[in-house]
Design a protein around this ligand. Sequence first.
Ligand SMILES: NC(=O)c1ccc[n+]([C@@H]2O[C@H](COP(=O)([O-])OP(=O)(O)OC[C@H]3O[C@@H](n4cnc5c(N)ncnc54)[C@H](OP(=O)(O)O)[C@@H]3O)[C@@H](O)[C@H]2O)c1
Length: 226
Amino acid sequence: MGAYAEYLCMPENGVAALKPASMTFEEASAVPYGAITALSVLRKANLQPGQKILVNGASGGIGPAVVQLARFHFGAIVTGVCGTPRLEYVKSLGAEKVLDYTQKDFVDSGESYDCIVDILGKSSLARCKRSLRPKGRYLYVSFKMKQVFQMLRTSLGGGRKVICIVSNEKAEDLVLIKDLIEAGKIKTIIDRCYPLEQAADAHRYVEQGHKKGSVVIIIGRPDESL
Ligand SMILES: NC(=O)c1ccc[n+]([C@@H]2O[C@H](COP(=O)([O-])OP(=O)(O)OC[C@H]3O[C@@H](n4cnc5c(N)ncnc54)[C@H](OP(=O)(O)O)[C@@H]3O)[C@@H](O)[C@H]2O)c1
C-alpha cells in the first residue's frame, strides 16, 4: 500500500502537523499510522464515556493507540487482548484488564462490551454474541468482502452492528493527536528501528505479527538512532 522514500511531495493543505516537542523523530514517525486509524475506529464506534470496549490485538501498531485514546480521550473502560509477553505493556497503556489469547478465548470471560475492536479479524460477530451487548458494535480493522456484507446487513436493524473501518486521514486529527501527546495522554512505543537498507528484515519481523508497538525505518542517519 505504499513505499519508502527520502522525500515526499504533498499539497500545502495535506495531512501534516508539527512534531510533538516531547518526542524524537522516530517516535513521532510512528504516530500517524496507529493514532489516526484508532481515532477513525473510536469515532465510528460512537464510543461514550463509561462504555466498555475490548481491543482484540492491543499490543501492535494500532491497538495501543486504540487503548490509550479509548481510556484517556473517550473516557471508556478498556480491556486489551494480546499474547503473554505483552500483557504488562498493554496494562501500562491504560487497559483496566488484559486477557491472554494464548490461554483463553475472551468470549469465555463472562464479560460483555459495548464495542469490540478486532484489529486482525481473528474473531467474529458470530463468536462474540454473548460478549457483545444487544446494541453493541463489532469493529473490524482488517476485513474482507464477507465482513462488508455483514456491515450492510446489520446496518438495517436496531441490534448489534458490524462496522468495517477505513482510516480517515485529516490534518486537524493529526493536530489533535499532537496535543494529546504533549498533554501526556498518548505515548508511542518503538519496538525496533531498522536502516532503509534492512527494510526487508523490518518487514519480515513485522509480518510475524507480534511486535510491541511500532517498527521504524530510518533514512540517512545510519547509526545514531539505532
Ligand atoms: N482499516 C484501516 O484503515 C487500516 C489501516 C491500517 C492498517 N490496517 C490493518 O491493520 C492490520 C495491522 O494492525 P497492526 O499494525 O496493529 O498489527 P500488528 O502490529 O501486527 O499487531 C497485531 C496484534 O494482534 C495480536 N494478535 C496476534 N494474533 C492474535 C490472535 N490469534 N488473537 C488475538 N490477537 C492476536 C498481537 O498480539 P501479540 O503480539 O501480543 O501476540 C498484536 O497485538 C493489518 O491487517 C492492516 O491491513 C487497517
